[in-house]
Design a binder for this molecule. Structure first.
Ligand SMILES: O=C(O)CCC(=O)C1=CC=C[C@@H](O)[C@@H]1C(=O)O
Ligand SMILES: [Mg+2]
Length: 389
């Protein structure tokens, strides 16, 4: 991934990851229950770490290997050991996130995101395995009925083929009656997104407001080897950016800048510790045209903060560094073999970051710059002794 993202680790933004022992010291594994099945899961586990700048989260999805998980660790270490830079705004507008539930559950899910009239937009999961377009339309129409002023989005997680996506999006855009904001990852991959845009234009699919249907890339950014390819190929109108898979707020910021596209910051179904990093990113984007998908603490029964980051009035305040409650950490703590499994994952991801760092140091020494990573630490970042990898 690093080879493609023009994200420099030398120069003014470089920083050094802390020692493994220091990261493990005081790290806790927690499990939070979801109110509704989401992404096929009923609970979310996360490893939380405390650094000198605050708490960071490491919660790659269970099936992710060490390489992919290393981006998530980098993001968590950035939160704990480096910090995020100054915000440009105090509040971020937040969309409600609607799992693939039956219409009779839509209202109770929506209400978790605050007063219905305050919700600026709703992202609705569609194309769920085992469900039909009729199920999606019924859910979509129920959302539209309950929050008629809200913008509507459909997230298919790449679940449609191009041939399925064209009529499905035409039907959803019609059901949205002018409120359709965009379709998120309707088909899998980068090229297929570009092809779908052409197919929609050829089929004359437009929103009822008369505009072309906008396409957002999510997995095509966060799981791609090269997150900027979407932009280069003109495969999407906007990108969904998530701090953990993109390796931190600093990297995500640069990806947005370099893409030249509008961005929506979303969660990775993080605890409120991880959501704080998403809010830090949203707060640093000069242009934030859409409500962000950072309200997912509302999908948990409980969280690790005394005041979980649940939207009020359609927005979240940008909290800066957050501190979990000792009681809640204890209540949700996971021990035994499952905790060991998480610590092993952390060790493996840390080894990937350490090897990357070592390679960069060697390259920098070979180039004769003489500037080791310590010399490149950003002003304001902690100058930690760190390990020389
Ligand atoms: O974007 C949102 O409104 C909330 C976040 C969200 O939907 C997701 C978080 C984590 C995993 C994904 O399945 C899902 C997504 O695809 O965007
Ligand atoms: Mg998505």
């Amino acid at each position: 991934m690093e080879a493609h993202i023009a994200v420099q680790e030398q120069g003014p933004d470089a920083w050094q990851i802390p020692d493994l022992e220091e990261v493990l010291d005081g790290a806790r594994v927690v499990s939070l229950l979801l109110r509704t099945r989401f992404r096929g899961q009923t609970e979310r586990q996360a490893l939380l770490m405390e650094g000198p700048k605050g708490w960071g989260e490491f919660s790659p999805f269970p099936e992710y290997g060490a390489q992919e998980s290393s981006h998530w660790l980098r993001a968590g270490l950035e939160a704990g050991w480096r910090g995020w830079g100054a915000p440009l705004r105090t509040h971020v507008p937040i969309n409600a996130t609607m799992p693939a539930v039956a219409p009779d559950q839509v209202e109770s899910v929506l209400r978790r995101f605050g007063a219905l009239e305050s919700i600026p937009a709703v992202k609705i999961k569609v194309a769920e395995p085992g469900q039909t377009l009729a199920d999606d339309l019924a859910r979509f129409r129920e959302v539209r009925r309950l929050v008629p002023e809200a913008g509507l989005r459909a997230d298919a997680n790449g679940g449609w083929s191009i041939a399925e996506a064209v009529p499905a999006l035409a039907a959803l855009a019609e059901a949205a009656e002018g409120r359709f904001e965009y379709a998120e990852q309707p088909v899998a991959g980068v090229e297929p997104l570009a092809e779908l845009r052409e197919a929609l234009a050829a089929a004359g699919v437009i929103t009822s407001a008369g505009a072309p249907l906008r396409i957002a890339a999510d997995e095509a950014v966060r799981k791609a080897e090269d997150p900027l390819r979407v932009a280069r190929l003109g495969a999407a109108d906007l990108i969904v950016v998530k701090v953990p898979p993109l390796g931190g707020v600093d990297r995500a910021l640069r990806i947005v800048e370099q893409s030249g596209l509008d961005a929506v910051v979303s969660s990775a179904l993080d605890t409120s510790v991880g959501l704080a990093a998403g809010l830090a990113l949203a707060a640093r984007l000069p242009h934030l045209p859409y409500a962000c998908g950072l309200g997912t603490a509302a999908l948990f029964t409980e969280d690790v903060l005394r005041s979980p980051l649940i939207p009020v009035g359609g927005a979240l305040r940008v909290p800066g560094a957050v501190v979990p409650s000792a009681d809640l950490l204890q209540r949700h703590e996971v021990g035994g073999p499952r905790a060991d499994w998480w610590f092993d994952r952390l060790r493996a991801a840390h080894a990937v970051l350490a090897a990357d760092q070592q390679a960069r140091e060697r390259a920098s020494a070979d180039a004769g710059s003489g500037a080791g990573p310590d010399a490149d630490l950003t002003a304001g970042a902690d100058r930690r002794p760190g390990r020389s990898f």
